[in-house]
Write a protein that binds this ligand. Sequence first.
Ligand SMILES: *Cc1c(COP(=O)(O)O)cnc(C)c1O
Length: 392
Amino acid sequence: MSQRRSARNVSYVDAEAVARALSPSYPVYLLRPHQLAANARAFLDRFSGSVLYAVKCNPHPQVLRALYDAGIRHFDTASLPEIAQVSEAYPDARTYFMHPVKGRAVIRTAYEVYGVRHFVIDHASELEKVLEETRKGLPEELVVIVRLTTPPAAGTLYHLAAKFGCSESEAVALLRQARTAGCRVGLAFHVGSQCRTPGAYGTALDICGRVAAEAKVELACLDVGGGFPADYVEMVAPPLELYLDEVTRGLTANGFDGVEVFCEPGRALVASGCSLLIQVQLRKNDQLYVNDGIYGSLSEMVDAGIRLPVRLVRPDGPTPSAEERDFIVNGPTCDSLDVLPQRFRLPADVREGDWIEVDQIGAYSNALATHFNGFYPETFVVVEDAPLARGQ
Ligand SMILES: *Cc1c(COP(=O)(O)O)cnc(C)c1O
């Protein structure tokens, strides 16, 4: 570990410095460890329970390192590779298996090799699998967390409850079954990613309250999931305090004050921790051809319709024109679908060889990138500047 920490500590002031030093014709992620640390602190200082980073959002080793260094010790993992990555890099960290559907051998390995004790389920067959595959241990060491479905909240980009989660009556039965088997039990939900209505957490906690009252079992933990929003263009996130206050209110209102609580932020921890430096490779009138696109770092522009702040980066050469224009932006692959769904507003004289900094790209970017057509964004450098202005 000390070796990793003393590895080349190169960092750049900002995107201009990177463009000048590397002149990159490939996309470069500009990582801001200081911003990741600030985001982590915001959760750690204000959330009353354990903050689990949702690894799927951005599993890059340097992102995990920055969050770990800032004090994150709990990780929401959903596969054996994620569990292995975290456990092997950070032996003192704890991983939680938050995927409601798991292979049998995967459950067994997570339990026996990596010491995972928290498993999410949303169906009786999955509970049976978890009990069978962890039979070597003591049932009371196991924490079975039942994932509840919650009503769609206004303004979320993905309604995760459509795929996972069980009804209130199913949850009551599952809690009793797991308790009867001797396990400790908990409840979990996910209100949906980029949730812009803090009240959704209160609504979900009321559902948990009803389920707990009906099941009449003691809860070992309550997991309020992820979904906390990041800032995008024309989509400024409500302050984190509003969400955490709503969680506190919902916990108290439903008699959960003594229960251990978890949250599982992904996007809100990492979105502002990274921007992306791409290069213009051809201009045809109002069309730009750039070196990253929907099969690389920018798929969320399509899947979630988010709009990212952008700015021209031209470290040398003429001062960019003050006049601005909207440009159609084409990705690098030969696929005709590889066109960004929103235009970029840039100086009217943008030209081949210029760079563009695309900000707020730390979440669901490199994690979703494909190798399609031979393009794969994988270069990360550290920068010291602040993210572009909120909602710019
Ligand atoms: C994806 C996911 C998260 C993280 O969600 P964000 O919206 O990025 O905060 C947390 N928990 C679970 C179970 C998830 O699947």
